[in-house]
Design a protein around this ligand. Structure first.
Ligand SMILES: [Zn+2]
Length: 239
């Protein structure tokens, strides 16, 4: 039996002498594993389809629970991502997020569209790369049921200000000001709280603020799912 899926390569691992094992994130079936043969030979016609970030229509031969790529039509290679280390690590972080948080054999159109759009924005340099990644993580966490309400303090509605303490309710995903602090909330950097509000309002931030936000999202993800994004420290260590 053959199956066609629109998918992006989120992981590729060498397999045997000339083959690779791909993890595809697809519109139709969420995450799927698929082998692809002979792609390390110089003459391989399908070599492009085994590259990280390749977005293509894949034709899969299905045998039991094993998929093999037998054809592919490129939609977008997203080749430019590889020309800049910042965009490369931002895109790698998005792929790692999908790999760890999306489901196998389960279509999630909204998360798929969000993922492809974020990678497209990174590839074409439409905005600051870390901004694109922060917006992706913020919206993707919401789609997974871990939305964050950061329109000011969740109790009194007041905006977070520099010079005041800020807290976060990790269980409910809420920002809390110093006057409304209650038991069970965790103190966070006010810069992070201000950054979260700015992100939601669409306001621009500086590079340092994006770094605080990315560390926060990684910690929040760990609290919610037990997973952390290992590409993020590499991104944050870049000059
Ligand atoms: Zn308050």
């Amino acid at each position: 039996m053959e199956n066609k899926v629109n998918a992006i390569v989120v992981r590729c691992v060498d397999y045997k002498d000339n083959d690779k094992m791909l993890t595809l994130y697809s519109l139709e079936k969420g995450l799927i594993g698929a082998g692809i043969k002979g792609v390390k030979k110089a003459t391989a016609k399908l070599a492009f389809a085994a590259q990280p970030f390749c977005f293509a229509e894949y034709v899969l031969s299905v045998n039991g629970d094993r998929n093999t790529v037998v054809g592919a039509t490129e939609i977008e290679s997203f080749y430019k991502l590889r020309l800049n280390l910042h965009t490369y690590y931002c895109a790698s972080t998005i792929c790692e997020f999908v790999l760890k948080c999306a489901q196998e054999n389960f279509a999630d159109e909204k998360l798929f569209v969000l993922t492809v759009n974020a990678i497209k924005q990174l590839n074409f340099g439409e905005k600051n790369a870390k901004r694109i990644l922060c917006e992706f993580l913020f919206k993707a966490l919401e789609l997974l049921g871990y939305g964050i309400d950061c329109r000011g303090c969740a109790v009194c509605g007041k905006s977070c200000k520099e010079g005041e303490l800020s807290f976060f309710d990790f269980e409910k995903g809420l920002l809390i000001c110093e006057k409304c602090e209650y038991s069970g909330v965790t103190r966070i950097l006010t810069q992070t709280a201000v950054g979260l509000e700015s992100l939601q309002n669409g306001a621009q931030l500086n590079d340092e603020s994006y770094n605080y936000l990315l560390k926060f999202f990684n910690y929040y993800l760990e609290q919610k799912t037990g997973e952390t994004l290992k590409c993020l420290p590499q991104l944050l260590s870049l000059q």
